[in-house]
Write a protein that binds this ligand. Sequence first.
Ligand SMILES: Cc1cc2nc3c(=O)[nH]c(=O)nc-3n(C[C@H](O)[C@H](O)[C@H](O)COP(=O)(O)O)c2cc1C
Length: 166
Amino acid sequence: MFAIIMKISIIFHSYSGITRGVAEKIQAACGGDLIEVSPKTPYNKITEYTTGSMRARREEADPVEPGEIDLASADLIVIGTPVWFWKTTPVTNGAINALRNGEGKKAVLFATCGSKAGETIPIMKKTLARKGVTVIGEHVLTRRDIIEGEKVAEVVDAVKAAVGNP
Ligand SMILES: Cc1cc2nc3c(=O)[nH]c(=O)nc-3n(C[C@H](O)[C@H](O)[C@H](O)COP(=O)(O)O)c2cc1C
């Protein structure tokens, strides 16, 4: 009997910890590598709005760590982002720029937000398409959804289904 181990790369940005919490729940339930992406210049209580939101609004990408994320051995990519100014954070845009060898791979996306994700998921889909990555699942989780837990379980189920592990 052979067990086929599917490798899941769970890539996320998290400024205040909420997206990280969801990413950790996915990893706990499904396995995989957690890859936290951080800006080279960290944000603070002032610059998150003065610089961060404005860069998000213009769909700009921050220089990030790690500078390259190699997906060659990934069977499934999961990408999580907070919503800033109804868009992807500049750090997540930087993370997508940093992807390597993603051509032909599949991704499940999730965004965490206070109440409205706006254009966040469409922006991620557009930039991932340029990397040859196909989005097979998209989930928006408000603060309330995360407290209630049901939608987090839906993301976990989608990831399990994508790797054929119900
Ligand atoms: C700079 C900034 C801008 C934000 N803009 C939005 C927004 O446009 N819509 C929304 O629903 N929530 C917005 N939020 C709330 C965050 O998306 C939400 O709290 C998210 O879950 C935070 O994730 P994190 O803890 O992983 O950073 C914003 C938060 C910050 C700090």
